[in-house]
Design a protein around this ligand. Sequence first.
Ligand code: NSS
Length: 429
Amino acid sequence: MIDKVYCADVKPEMEGKKIKLAGWVYRKRAVGKKVFIVLRDSSGVIQVIFKKERGDAYKEAKDVGIESSIIIEGTVKADPRAPTGVEIEAESIEVVQNVDFFPITKDASEEFLLDVRHLHLHSPKVGAIMKVKATLMQAAREWLLQDGWYEVFPPILVTGAVEGGSTLFKLKYFDKTAYLSQSAQLYLEAAIFGLEKVWSLTPSFRAEKSRTRRHLTEFWHLELEGAWMDLWDILKVEEELVSYMVQRALELRRSEIETFRKDFTTLKNAVPPFPRISYDEAIDILQSKGVEIEWGEDMGADEERILTQEFEAPFFVYGYPKHIKAFYMKEDPEDPRKVLAADMLAPEGYGEIIGGSQREDDYNKLVQRILDEGMDPKDYEWYLDLRKYGSVPHSGFGLGLERLVAWVLKLDHVRWATLFPRTPSRLYP
Ligand code: NSS
């Protein structure tokens, strides 16, 4: 590891100090007897000046290509005109690898950027998204730790569906068939009997052909499952967790967030309690706005987008009809047409970022739901066992990390919130 200073750590107070920096050529221009290189590293950028009287260093700097990797040594100069109030007068340059032509230029199309995603990751803007994502998860870990949740590590190779068979990725497992996990939920449900409050962060897979702005075939899924909690208890957990994540990101990543959105209102508003409306109320609102939807129909991205116009903060929709929701959700004892489920919707058109529910803990009802869905209870024997040996009321939820990032940064597609997006048409790079 070379002994270098990060661009963002160079301050005007260091005037006159000799330092070493390493990074990539972000911009370059030659004016008169000077070459100006804007050097980029993971922390930010700084302007480096090579004067002609430096001889070789000046010549090398003049010839170096955009996105070349370089190490420079020079002296810190405070300059109020420089964007960061400081610049470097270079004495030497080591070109670690020269780049003649970097394939990404200003007018690159989105499709092209995705084709060369491995190079797109040079971009500070992409870096800002990844920093915000990392900070959101760091915040989640902080909150989960102080609230007493155990991290667990569930399997990804599984034998059955959680969220319906149509979106399972199938694979050969020696002489058997296995699937890629859609959700860790069923395994987290098993883990609560020893640990009570558990969480995991795993990739989840959905073979969804839907080409929407919010679907990936592989996404990062943050899931919690808590024993002795009913639906209303788990909604409190959801709003506290999401609020902490968003407020912490605002605190630690303000400048990165500012690159993407100017208005912080909805983010600041993400403090408990989040508004709660019933599915029935949601349908009324939609109908009053001229949307053609009947009670019992599922809300898609379009309906959710219209609903979000009513709120300036994340909000819950609870009490969905049973037949549009997954088999494991607990029937509402006061209205058997419904389940004790709620989604959290992000404002500004984003819609669902969390799906959660209280779980059906009645053995017979659960078997019936599995049969009603056309599935075989034999495939869920171990899961059904959980209702026979010390069953307790319990609830949980799953948050799509890319969807949260997309809302926080107002991205137009969740694919920008992931390192190497996987969609029906994209598996490479
Ligand atoms: O299908 S979910 O609504 N619910 C579950 O998987 C539960 N089994 C989770 C649980 O209770 N432990 O997915 C949860 C969230 C959903 O709200 C989205 O934010 C995200 O996961 N999600 C996705 N993100 C990106 N792409 C796709 N295809 C996707 N599907 C769900």
